[in-house]
Structure formats: C-alpha cells, structure tokens
Ligand binder design. Structure first.
Ligand code: DGL
Length: 272
C-alpha cells in the first residue's frame, strides 16, 4: 500500500477532463493537479519550449512527493514524454499511447484521423505510435488552432465552434477515416458537435478513459495502490489566477473545485 498522491498536470484546465476519469476510476486515490495557466496555451508553442515547461512541472510534482505522474496534456505528452520518463524516478504516463492503442483497436478500414493542436501534430508522435501497433494503418493529421481558444471563450455551444469543427473535419471525411483520435484535452467538451459532424459511423477516441485505465493498471502492477476502502482527496495548484481556475475548472472537471493554490512560475523554473 502506498498513500502518496498521484500528480497530474496540464497547460491549464483541459487536463481536468483526464483527472475526472481518474477520480471516477480510482476514487480511493489522492490526487494533486497542477495547471500551468500562466503559460497556456502550449499548443502553438515550439516543442522545445513545451519540453522545458513539462520538465519543470513534473520535477516540481516529484519534489512534492507524488508516486506517479500523469502528463494530462496531449501537447506536453507529444513534446516531452520520453524526456520526462528519463528524468524522473516515478512512473510517468502520457495521454497519447492509450489513445493510439484504442484507435488501432477501433478502426475497421485502418484509416485513422487525428484532430489536435499544432504542437501535437508537429511532433508526429501519433502516427509513430499507431504504426508501431499496425504498420499498415494510415493516420491523417489535422491541426486545429482555433478550437482551444473557442472552447475556452464560448463553452461548448458557440456557433463558431460548429463552423470550425466542420472545416477541420472535412479533410478527414474526404480521406474516408472511420476512427478519429480527439488528441487534445479540450475536445471531450465538444463531443456532441464532433459526433454530429462525423456521424455515428465514425468512432471518436478520447484519451481520458484509456489513460485512467492505464494509471490503474500501473499502480496495481507496481504494487503502489492506496487502500481501496478509503475515499481519496484531490487538490489543485495553478500558475494562473486561482479564482478563474475554480470557476472555469468546474466545467472541465464536472466535480466541485473548492479552492486552488497559486504557484509562481519562478518556483517551477527553479526546479529545472
Ligand atoms: N492541453 C493542451 C493539449 O491537450 C490544449 C491546450 C493548450 O494548447 O495548451 O494539447
């Protein structure tokens, strides 16, 4: 038995969709979530910069005494996962491999679409991961720079979101994909729009559930689970405005957020 918390981080609040699944799958574990609101968004940034931010945050969480870290940000996972796994002592789980695996299992025609941030698409990691599982599968990748700002500004229901989704979906529909990886933490919030645009015949793959399953398996295999008779706690850290984090975060977490503690970016930078 291991009573240490699990660390989860993201560029902001999007990773709360992943935390949500972890809290549901592992209600007996404690979690500490860090959102890097001051440096959001990561998606348009160069991979080398995202790699530095991710190393600072994961190093900070390790110093806080977590037993496992979830990089709950597709851009950070795409840019930095191998580096984090080399740098840290605790296990680090990203959100790309579970999704790639689920997509390969789901596709029937072996044509898979990817919607993600510019950084995630630029990294080329999803096609690599898919090809490692099925060398004959094809991945068509589309960067969607407008979606994160629109989801943050409008919630999930603005007309502009539907317009942007139709535009980004068009090349995937033309390519005849039967499975689409939603490779960004924010996209679960617009699932109905996406499913309507793609139609029921296309399987949408999200990382959150798959990632939570991988966290559970890792804890079990390494024998570092907490006692399953207890109810776990969760707390939040942010480099941004704690008030805003609580207010907007509830939409992503779909669970109460009582408070968030402020962490200075300089504190993170001092770790690296
Ligand atoms: N969390 C990021 C991701 O999943 C989306 C927001 C951002 O661009 O920072 O790629």
């Amino acid at each position: 038995m291991d009573s240490r918390p699990i660390g989860v981080f993201d560029s902001g609040m999007g990773g709360l969709t992943v935390l949500h699944e972890c809290l549901v799958t592992l209600p007996h574990e404690d979690f500490v979530y860090l959102g890097d609101g001051a440096r959001l968004p990561y998606g348009p940034r160069p991979l080398v910069e995202i790699r530095r931010f991710a190393a600072e945050i994961a190093g900070y969480l390790e110093q806080q005494g977590v037993k496992l870290i979830v990089a709950a940000c597709n851009s950070a996972t795409a840019a930095a996962l191998p580096d984090l796994q080399q740098l840290l002592t605790v296990p680090v789980i990203g959100v790309l491999a579970p999704e790639a695996h689920a997509a390969v299992l789901a596709t029937r025609n072996r044509r898979i679409g990817l919607l993600a941030t510019e950084a995630t698409v630029a990294s080329g990691r999803y096609p690599e991961l898919v090809r490692a599982l099925d060398a004959g599968a094809e991945v068509v990748s589309i960067a969607c720079p407008r979606l994160v700002p629109l989801i943050e500004a409008d919630g999930a229901f603005g007309e502009e979101i539907a317009v942007a989704v139709r535009e980004y979906a068009a090349p995937l529909k033309d390519a005849g994909v039967d499975t689409v990886i939603l490779g960004c933490t924010h996209y679960p919030l617009i699932r109905p729009v996406l499913q309507r645009v793609f139609g029921r015949g296309v399987t949408l793959v999200f990382s959150a559930e798959e990632t939570a399953r991988e966290v559970a398996e890792t804890l079990e295999r390494k024998g570092i689970e907490n006692a399953d008779s207890r109810e776990g706690a969760y707390r939040f850290l942010t480099t941004g405005d704690p008030g805003l984090f609580c207010e907007m975060g509830r939409r992503f977490l779909q669970l109460p957020i009582g408070s968030a503690e402020y962490v200075e970016v300089a504190t993170l930078e001092a770790v690296a």
